[in-house]
Design a protein around this ligand. Structure first.
Ligand code: FAD
Length: 292
């Protein structure tokens, strides 16, 4: 496998690359190969090679919703980032590569007086990750602005207009790669858009433990409730296993206090789930993805 990459993509690979360098949790053992595609055809040929040789692969964006095992990943991690982030404006539709940061996209919308993406400013992932997760905040979700996406599936690139979006979910799983997407916004007032973005940023800074590595909300919002509130009421604020700790600033977040392992985080997740189930009869479902 290494030979294929060294011959074809010598400048675009990292071998035995610690995944803690590519996740906002700063946790995760080595990936055999971390591949940084420069263009879409690179993604197509690497996936084709992996499939033909029965090599596992997994696509990531900015790693902000991911917990990677301490043993790392046997296979190829395809990290879609700034090389796949071209952006085009057509009226009030923006088409962008899936590696663009949501915050950049939101700033581009602001620059063009387009409203609808303010909620996404401050979500630290890429457009591809946001589509996979149907990311959302402060009353907005990607599905509200989504028009279509170019997706690689079964060796073919096709346009999809409907991705079965629901709460923090879409049809995108390991078998689909989002390459680019088109979103539709409304004409708006620059100052009002800016004001909303500032308000949301301030809310985040005031309510989230942004000074520690984390992966955002660990759990999905349970019906008619909030995971963070239940965890706080279960007296789990500051509860710690190894280096993983329930943030007292926002109990829905687990923070890495310095040397947390993936196992610490998993053990803490299971402990929280058990305590909350026993106390409130609510089953907390994880929002973050676990990769092993
Ligand atoms: C401080 C903080 C705050 C956060 N706040 C929010 C919030 O308010 N709302 C919210 O919804 N989330 C939030 N998150 C979580 C996270 O930022 C989002 O889920 C984001 O959309 C993930 O994007 P990513 O590029 O980092 O994806 P990754 O974490 O790299 O991947 C997440 C999933 O998407 C898949 N994926 C990524 N790119 C592609 C692609 N191009 N094609 C196919 N699949 C792909 C991966 O395979 C994986 O299954 C927060 C996280 C942090 C650390």
């Amino acid at each position: 496998m290494q030979k294929f990459f060294e011959e074809n993509f010598p400048q675009q690979i990292l071998i035995n690359e610690p995944m803690k360098n590519h996740t906002s949790f700063k946790i995760g053992g080595p990936a055999d190969i971390l591949f940084l595609p420069q263009k879409i055809s690179d993604i197509v040929s690497v996936i084709d090679f992996c499939k033909k040789n029965s090599i596992r692969y997994f696509v990531i964006g900015n790693g902000t919703n991911l917990l990677v095992s301490d043993n790392g990943f046997r296979g190829v991690i395809i990290k879609i980032g700034k090389n796949i982030s071209q952006i085009n404006l057509n009226g009030n539709e923006i088409e962008a590569g899936s590696g663009i940061f949501l915050s950049h996209l939101a700033k581009f919308a602001l620059k063009n007086n387009l409203s609808g993406l303010e909620f996404a400013f401050g979500i630290p992932g890429t457009l591809g990750g946001a589509i996979c997760m149907n990311a959302g905040a402060y009353g907005g979700e990607i599905k509200d602005v989504f028009v279509s996406a170019q997706i690689l599936h079964d060796g073919q690139i096709k346009t999809y207009n409907d991705l079965n979006f629901s709460y923090r979910k879409s049809l995108i799983d390991e078998n689909y790669v989002v390459l680019s997407a088109k979103i539709k916004l409304q004409n708006g007032n620059h100052d009002e858009i800016q004001k909303k973005m500032n308000e949301f940023s301030l809310k985040r800074r005031n309510s989230q433990p942004l000074n520690f590595p984390n992966a955002g909300s660990i759990f999905k919002r349970p019906k008619n409730n909030f995971a963070g509130k239940l965890i706080m009421e279960a007296n789990l604020a500051d509860y710690k296993i190894g280096g993983a700790c329930v943030s007292s600033k926002h109990c829905g977040f687990i923070i890495n206090t310095g040397n947390a392992t993936a196992q610490n985080v998993l053990d803490l997740i299971h402990h929280i789930q058990k305590v909350v189930k026993d106390k409130f009869d609510v089953a907390l479902e994880t929002e973050i993805k676990f990769l092993e």
